[in-house]
Ligand binder design. Structure first.
Ligand code: BGC
Length: 492
């Protein structure tokens, strides 16, 4: 009897130990791209011009290798092949974005481009026919140029234009798309596009433009969420999220209060800048205070009216988290810049620890534990909302035997697993960025993130599977991380 009992205990603990390293049964795996980075066909079949088309035609030298997304991966023509690539990976969902100006060439909903609607209908149907769920980002940075001509995201009227666009998307695709992300990385396109002048539309108004842009994006997100909730949700039964990019800002010296404080302020004014309003209805208190302190008569951070706060509070079904890297932060002892900016409002100085391994992007170092800290931070600040990792990935030179990318995925996924199992974080899925090498914005085709290699010198844009894609597929099918699994290489 005693022996049987001992055997039962032994086998139970074995099973538990094995399960411990398994991703939960309902955890989903996917991969992603964005319209401007893969579609090409920049002016085909009635598509309107976007701000990225415009700036990269006007200033070709600004991209490292002087390229642009005119053709990119040619996914506009090769979407069927792309779906087969997805199928071979064994993923559950594909996150792609819709090009606003392909659907509405002038940005406005009074003129719908049927060819654009057809393209996305075909893609969505092809995905579903192959058992892959479409996860659709409405805006991944490629604003219609016609709307930028009216001021773009710093003008209040853009809120209505976006909601009209969202309505067109719900009307045409909502019967089949059940997971929407309104925006991708507001911090990047608002700060990069309207404060620092580093991204399209290259407006330089530091400390002002980014806040205005962010304000209108948040209002557009809130109004879109309510539109869906009131008019579509009952029938279409989908979910609406937003993809925020949250790096982790580690206190320079974790034992010092001042470093802990600046780490928290930096998290609040980057990640919390967008999460706080859509969860609690307003900007983080500390952000309101810091910008006010650093402004002259009136704060440079716009205010939400009580009605807007009501519109925003709780306007999200799941958080999309894009995470690539970690920084260390310590407080600045004197004023940082002679003109206002987000980071002078924050009052922190960032740096990378010299021991952290590099990637091809100098500002992305490999710091796997950072993602776990972000997940715990989100859990603690926002009552453990469902979080889908909407981007995480590794940039290199495009080699096929990408061992470093395979290890990056394993290490980051292991930290995610710990966040789920040891910290009880509500993480529902993971998206590897990206399905294939793409047009990497200001780095052109010099930095590659793909699970598949794309030959951009060949007009056919052939795709080839990289080693890391087999490792990712293995994790998906076994739901565990096998540290020593490598496919036979090169494959026969
Ligand atoms: C963006 C992607 C980009 C990736 C790698 C993210 O910030 O959403 O479009 O390709 O980072 O740089």
């Amino acid at each position: 009897m005693k022996v049987i009992l001992l055997l039962i205990i032994y086998f139970r603990s074995r099973v538990m130990a094995l399960n411990y390293h398994l991703f939960p049964k309902n955890f989903i795996f996917g991969t992603a791209t964005a319209a401007y980075q893969v579609e090409g066909a920049w002016n085909e079949d009635g598509k309107g011009e976007s701000i990225w088309d415009r700036v990269l035609h006007e200033y070709p030298d600004w991209v490292v290798d002087k390229t642009n997304g005119e053709i990119a991966c040619d996914s506009y023509h090769k979407y069927k092949e792309d779906v087969q690539l997805l199928k071979s990976l064994g993923i559950h969902f594909y996150r792609f974005s819709i090009s606003w100006s392909r659907i509405l060439p002038t940005g406005k909903a009074d003129q719908i481009n049927q060819a654009g609607i057809n393209y996305y209908n075909n893609l969505i149907n092809e995905l579903l026919n192959n058992g892959i769920q479409p996860y659709v980002t409405m805006f991944h940075w490629d604003l219609p140029q016609a709307l930028q001509d009216e001021g773009g995201w710093v003008e209040r009227k853009i809120v209505n234009y976006f909601v009209d666009y969202a309505k067109v998307l719900f009307d045409h695709f909502g019967d089949r798309v059940k997971s929407w992300l309104t925006f991708n990385e507001v911090l990047q396109f608002c700060e990069g596009g309207y404060s620092l002048g580093e991204f399209a539309p290259f407006v330089q108004k530091p400390g002002v433009g980014g806040y205005l842009c962010g304000h209108h994006v948040l209002l557009a997100h809130g109004a879109t969420y309510r539109l869906y909730e009131n008019y579509y949700k009952e029938k279409q039964n989908g979910k609406i999220g937003i993809a925020v990019d949250c790096a982790w800002y580690e206190p320079d010296n974790p034992n010092w209060d001042k470093d802990q404080k600046i780490s928290e302020i930096t998290m609040q004014m980057t990640c919390g800048w967008f999460l706080n309003p859509i969860i609690f209805g307003n900007y983080p208190e500390i952000m309101i205070e810091m910008v006010r302190q650093n402004s002259l008569a009136k704060s440079r951070l716009p205010e939400f009216t009580p009605n807007e706060q009501k519109l925003l509070g709780g306007a999200v079904d799941f958080i999309g988290l894009n995470h690539y890297s970690t920084f260390k932060v310590y407080p600045a002892t004197k004023k940082l810049y002679n003109q206002p900016s987000l980071f002078s409002d924050i009052g922190g100085i960032l740096y990378h620890d010299a021991s952290w391994p590099e990637t091809a992007f100098f500002y992305f170092k490999i710091v796997p534990w950072g993602i776990r800290k972000v997940l715990v931070w989100i859990k603690n600040h926002y009552n453990n909302p469902p979080v889908l990792i909407t981007e995480n990935g590794f940039g290199d030179d495009g080699r096929l035997d990408d061992y470093d990318r395979a290890d990056y995925f394993r290490q980051y996924l292991y930290e995610i697993l710990k966040a789920i199992q040891e910290d009880s974080c509500n993480v529902t899925g993971y998206t590897a960025w990206s399905l294939m090498d793409t047009f990497e914005w200001m780095s052109g085709y010099m930095v590659r993130f793909g699970l598949y290699h794309v030959d951009f010198n060949d007009t056919e844009r052939p795709r080839n599977r990289k080693l890391s894609s087999y490792v990712y597929s293995d994790i998906i099918t076994t739901r565990r991380i096998s540290w020593d699994y490598y496919p036979k290489w090169p494959p026969s």
